[in-house]
Design a binder for this molecule. Structure first.
Ligand code: ZN
Ligand code: MN
Length: 142
């Protein structure tokens, strides 16, 4: 197989995996899945393709200092909720507020193209967690 063809195949497999999930997986998690399909793929190749897909505007990278980037094939602006205990990221069914862009533009004179918003807290599973120790720690009760 030609190099170009192989590269395309790898990139397409990664994009397909991302399009098939709303779990906002890490590069490692994507690597584990794509390996089932392309067993000899390397983690470096996965990273390179994620970078390319991001540059091409096909995916979003959700990065947060001190934690691994998460990836999202839904490139339409939407809000997220990040659980501070388990680290999962959920899509929110919440309309994007266009007024805030206009308000900030009016106040600053900046041209605002979009805003990103991430809510934080505890997901349902973690609220019901059978691991009360980590929950207590999160709430600062220990
Ligand atoms: Zn959680
Ligand atoms: Mn998302």
């Amino acid at each position: 197989m030609s190099t170009v063809h192989r590269n395309t195949k790898q990139k397409e497999a990664i994009l397909r995996i991302l399009k098939g999930t709303t779990s906002h997986p890490t590069a490692d998690c994507i690597y584990e899945q794509v390996r089932r399909e392309i067993p000899n793929i390397s983690l470096g190749t996965v990273y390179r393709n994620l970078r390319l897909l991001k540059q091409e505007g096909n995916i979003l990278e959700l990065s947060l200092a001190g934690s691994f980037s998460r990836f999202d094939a839904n490139t339409k602006n939407h809000y997220h909720f990040r659980c501070e205990l388990c680290g999962r990221i959920f899509d929110l069914d919440e309309p994007v507020d266009k007024e805030i862009d206009k308000r900030v533009a009016r106040k600053t004179g900046f041209t605002v193209t979009q805003h990103r918003l991430e809510f934080r807290g505890l997901c349902i599973d973690c609220q019901r967690s059978d691991s009360p120790e980590s929950l207590k720690k999160y709430l600062g009760l220990t």
